[in-house]
Design a protein around this ligand. Structure first.
Ligand code: AMP
Length: 611
């Protein structure tokens, strides 16, 4: 198997050109030999795990070849392995899924039963994640040279973590990565030279972390050559924070003293090393931030910035216009595609338009299979794929090297950490090939209808949440005739809007507080990632219910039919995105109500907290 590039050089011996060349050569090698590499990856995973309970249970009997694997092992979803995951979470250390010890759980933003999914991982996966990160800048350097001459201003954050009853840590994959020695003790590399000291990234208090990262970014504004965050929503949150707090930040820069609200001693110490009294810089920032328009604020405050590094594919594409506005149209660069289950691949043409981004899956990361899909509904951009596959459907899965140009597939992975033929839930389309490895557009995540930040709410969840809220209307003899929903990003943070058409039989008017209770009841019923976004990250605003005039949903149907929908098959979309439809709904709103407070949320799974 091609050797992964190693980063063992000391700063003095650092040879950037050589390292870049090695990384690009690695990509050449693994994409040229994609099929061979995949075959070997599978055989390595299966031979080292030959004796694990899960493979034995399904009768793989130590086979390591693709044919037997495909014939023997089922294609699964999270629910299928939930019993195994629960045993591991409860402390069973026997080799259930992996022969190597499960080092922690990564909490996915995908949910099951309202709770985050728990993805088992093993220590060595950190090396694989680091490998993928190490390929990003050598690729970027081909298009934007000289990035080693300055810094990156990246807003990176950790999130709350919890312990499972068996004592394993459960936390998001990025929190795990930033807390690892791979990140904290990374050897000198001009490409991971960030304006944010590690201490500011690792601060668990989100206000202090954001404030100190912005402060350090402003102090070093001339050195900044690229800016970013993981997802577009996170970057916009930072800009909105700046809008609110720039005068405080300027005060600190003017005086060289750190605001007393920053109480974390390690953050104070790290920031003090960077913060020096600089009245001229404070004047400059004040004059720019004080202007009425914030158009181009990024290029104004960080004038040497060459691009914005954020994911704007998938649901994040909804933020492109806002990013274009703040950055004056700087390139928006999506570098990688990854998940808690596994890091998948990278964008080899990072300066392309967001709509053209394709990710090349790196064949050493995991064994990949692809289930062909047909999307059935262009309006909601969601697909419905049956939960479990029958034998015939299982035979339709193809290998990485066998996917067809233009075809859409659901991604299925077999990982080193012990997931076997696991459906990730993402739909990808083959856009091109790099050597013998396909490059994929990210199309959508299965069934997701609403998303603001990392929350992913599907129609079934929404339906249940609405059903729970309706209990509040019973005393008024009111029924919900129709509803739909919309992710409203026009004010920050974005929020969920539900459009309700009621049929009223009773004569008692419904007081506003009842609709507010409905809003809260919906929020309480939504999954823990949504509630975390509301409570802890503050990345989602209060949910809103808009009551629309009677007959609005008939108008919606008329409109859909005028666009070519069939009358017989018409179903009210439970989520709308198309601007003219949103306008139609908004033009018929008679009243609107917001959730009066945050729903309940605590880190970790409900059942662990109750123990
Ligand atoms: P998580 O389970 O929280 O780790 O989230 C992983 C999911 O985020 C993936 O399965 C995708 O649905 C989404 N995602 C990750 N990277 C990208 C990307 N570059 N573009 C679009 N969606 C992405």
């Amino acid at each position: 198997m091609p050797e992964a590039p190693k980063n063992t050089l000391k700063p003095t011996e650092y040879n950037l050109a050589e390292k870049n060349k090695e990384a690009l050569q690695f990509i050449e090698d693994v994409t040229t030999n994609a099929d061979d590499v995949q075959k070997r990856v599978l055989s390595e995973i299966l031979s080292r795990n030959a004796h694990v309970e899960y493979l034995q249970k399904h009768g793989l009997n130590g086979h390591t070849d693709r044919e037997t694997f495909k014939k023997t092992m089922p294609v699964i979803t999270y629910e299928d392995i939930q019993p195994e995951i629960s045993r591991i979470a409860n402390g069973d250390k026997s080799p259930i899924l992996s022969s190597q010890p499960i080092s922690e759980f990564l909490t996915s933003s995908g949910t099951s039963g309202g709770e985050r999914k728990l993805m088992p991982t093993i220590e060595e996966e950190l090396d694989r994640r680091s490998l993928l990160y190490s390929l990003l800048m050598p690729v970027m350097n081909q298009f934007v040279p000289g990035l080693d001459k300055g810094k990156g201003m990246y807003f990176l954050f950790i999130k709350a973590e919890a312990k499972t009853p068996g004592g394993l840590v459960a936390r998001p994959v990025l929190t795990s990565y930033y807390k690892s020695t791979h990140f904290k003790d990374r050897p000198y590399d001009p490409y991971t030279n960030y304006t944010s000291p590690n201490e500011t990234i690792l601060c668990p208090d989100s206000y202090q972390s954001m404030y100190s990262q912005l402060l350090c970014g402003l102090c070093q504004h001339k050195e900044v050559l690229r800016v970013g965050a993981v997802f577009a929503s996170g970057f916009i949150r930072a800009i909105k924070f700046l809008e609110k707090h720039w005068s405080l930040l300027c005060h600190d820069i003017r005086t060289g003293t750190l605001d007393p609200r920053i109480t974390d001693p390690s953050v104070r110490e790290a920031v003090t090393k960077i913060l020096k009294p600089d009245p001229k810089l404070a004047d400059f920032i004040e004059s720019e931030c004080g202007k009425e328009s914030w158009q181009g604020i990024i290029t104004r405050l960080w004038p040497n910035t060459k691009y914005v590094d954020v994911i704007v594919t998938g649901t994040m594409s909804q933020y492109i216009p806002t990013l274009d506005y703040y950055s004056n149209g700087l390139p928006l660069v999506c570098t990688m595609y990854a998940s808690s289950e596994c890091y998948f691949g990278l964008n080899l043409n990072p300066l392309c338009k967001p709509s053209e981004v394709s990710y090349t899956l790196i064949p050493t990361m995991a064994y990949f299979e692809f289930l062909p899909v047909q999307r059935n509904n262009g309006v909601t951009n969601s697909i419905n794929v049956s939960k479990s596959l029958n034998e015939k459907e299982q035979q339709k899965l193809v290998d990485l090297a066998d996917v067809r140009l233009g075809q859409e597939y659901e991604l299925v992975v077999t990982t080193y950490a012990g997931l076997y033929r696991y459906r990730v839930g993402d739909v990808l389309r083959v856009a091109a090939f790099k050597n013998n490895a396909p490059q994929f557009n990210f199309i959508c995540r299965k069934n997701v209808c609403l998303s603001i930040d990392s929350d992913k709410t599907d129609e079934v969840e929404l339906q249940n949440a609405v059903k729970n809220a309706l209990a509040h209307l019973v005393p008024f003899d009111a029924n919900l005739a129709e509803y739909t929903s919309y992710a409203d990003l026009s004010i920050s943070p974005g929020h969920y809007v539900l459009y309700w058409e009621l049929s009223l039989k009773g004569s008692t008017p419904i007081p506003p507080s009842v609709f507010e209770d409905c809003c809260l009841a919906i929020e309480e019923s939504l999954n823990s990632v949504y509630r975390q976004g509301r409570v802890s990250d503050k990345s989602i605003g209060p949910l809103e219910i808009k009551i629309v005039e009677n007959g609005t949903f008939d108008k919606l149907m008329d409109y859909a039919i005028s666009l070519g929908a069939s009358i017989n098959q018409y179903k009210t979309p439970r989520c709308v995105k198309f601007a003219p439809i949103v306008e139609l709904l908004n033009s018929r709103v008679v009243s609107s109500y917001f959730s009066p407070k945050c729903p309940k949320w605590v880190p970790g799974h409900k059942q662990w907290v109750q123990q």
